[in-house]
Design a binder for this molecule. Structure first.
Ligand code: F0G
Length: 402
């Protein structure tokens, strides 16, 4: 295992605590030696154990397994959604329901690895900026590990459930005037200056390795086959890369064959990567004032943008933007047709897939997986506000009560 810069290719020892490349400031990635990986794999156990992040520990950058901090993350349902598939217009549709993780989002997959690394490095304090889910997750894993947790949140912009979790798990919360992008810049600067505070935003290459397990589980749950397409909401743009990397590694060691077309969805008010993909550019133009009802992905300057662009291009995928109205409609459809409650950012995947099918940009005979990244109860105020609250009392009395 080693750290490698995705821009200049420089390699560094896995024990180093860099967040970005010390030579060119490029994003770092953990690279595994294929031979070593193949040797470490226990194929029989892989085929019999139930899915969970640590089932795939051979692909995790952990040096000391005695330090693993776990709350039972991963092993989330892959729900086949036939009624929703008809509505969206694809042959076969699955929703990977990440709301079933311990703190209700996919972030737990990264934090189990990230906080374990914090213990390996011997730090006492961890920190992040967040639109809410990262902070809820980091706060929980820090509590479990006995670490102090500092979080910077955009003031007045965080969904109620996420804020409640972050507070109850005992994090120290700082409300930052401005948006997520500003909070992230502040915490990055702090962690550059203070080596005793460990940064666990998605610029941290170790955290992302845990999120690869979404890909591992999808392949595992589909009987060691990969779907044609995986649709992912993009905010800071780490997750789409992590999932791509997961499929890449499974293919490289021969557990599965091929990589799905990685398809990233952003909200219309915060779509720098969608613009770059549509224009065929390698670099993206940040959005100054990102806006959307999907607060989780209200991000204008995604740190992992270059990784997302690579994942989409290398897999023959695409990107699309959806309006808030389309997001709300999709959120309600998922609830009404399938009994799956998700927060708006997650519903953007169904809205985006439907739009791409309608435009004829993707085939109807595909087997697609949408990654529902966070639970509906993360943002209960939004869910109630967009639902009809017409009183059914009189109708109920007439029909059922004599
Ligand atoms: N979906 C949800 C529910 C999220 O919370 C996030 C990111 C994303 C999608 C996007 O993932 O950043 O890897 O592209 N939330 C971060 C946070 C920014 O602070 O909780 P990404």
């Amino acid at each position: 295992m080693r750290l490698e810069c995705i821009e200049c290719g420089s390699g560094f020892k896995i024990h180093e605590r860099f967040y970005t490349c010390p030579r060119c400031r490029g994003l770092l990635e953990v690279e595994f030696g294929l031979g070593e990986l193949k040797r470490k794999l226990n194929r029989k156990r892989l085929k019999t154990e139930p899915p969970s992040v640590w089932k795939y520990r051979a692909f995790m950058p952990i040096l000391d397994e005695s330090k693993i901090v776990s709350l039972g993350e991963g092993g989330t349902p892959l729900c086949r959604c036939d009624r929703l598939a008809k509505e969206v217009g694809v042959r076969e549709l699955y929703v990977k329901f990440e709301g079933a993780n311990p703190t209700g989002s996919f972030k737990d997959r990264g934090m189990t690895v990230g906080v374990t690394k914090a213990l390996e490095f011997g730090v006492k304090t961890v920190a992040c900026a967040s639109t809410g889910n990262t902070s809820a997750s980091l706060a929980a894993y820090a509590a479990k590990a006995g670490l102090r947790c500092l979080v910077l949140l955009p003031k007045g912009k965080v969904a109620l459930g996420k804020l409640a979790q972050t507070l109850v798990y005992g994090a120290q919360v700082v409300a930052v005037k401005g948006n997520f992008d500003r909070a992230l810049a502040m915490v990055c600067k702090l962690c550059e200056e203070r080596k005793d505070i460990y940064l666990l935003n998605s610029i941290n290459p170790f955290r992302l390795q845990g999120q690869k397990s979404i890909a591992f589980e999808i392949a595992d749950q589909l009987g060691w086959k990969v779907p044609d397409r995986v649709v992912v909401p993009m905010g800071n743009c780490a997750n789409i890369w992590a999932i791509y990397k997961g499929f890449f590694e499974f293919d490289a060691v021969g557990l599965t064959r091929g990589i799905p077309a990685m398809t990233g969805i952003q909200a219309e008010g915060a779509k720098p990567i969608v613009d770059a993909i549509k224009r065929g550019l390698d670099k993206f133009e940040p959005v100054k004032k990102p806006e959307t009802i999907a607060t989780a992905i209200r991000i204008g300057n995604p740190v992992n943008g270059p990784k997302a662009i690579r994942a989409i291009r290398a897999s023959g995928g695409t990107a699309e933007a959806v309006s808030d109205a389309e997001i709300i409609k999709a959120q309600k459809l998922m609830g009404r047709l399938e009994g799956i409650g998700v927060e708006p950012a997650s519903a953007s995947t169904i809205a985006g897939l439907k739009k791409l099918v309608r435009k004829g940009a993707i085939r109807r005979d595909e087997r697609a997986v949408c990654v529902a990244t966070g639970h509906m109860l993360k943002d209960p105020e939004e869910a109630v506000a967009v639902s009809s609250r017409r009183s059914n009392y009189q109708r109920f009395m007439r029909r059922y009560v004599k």
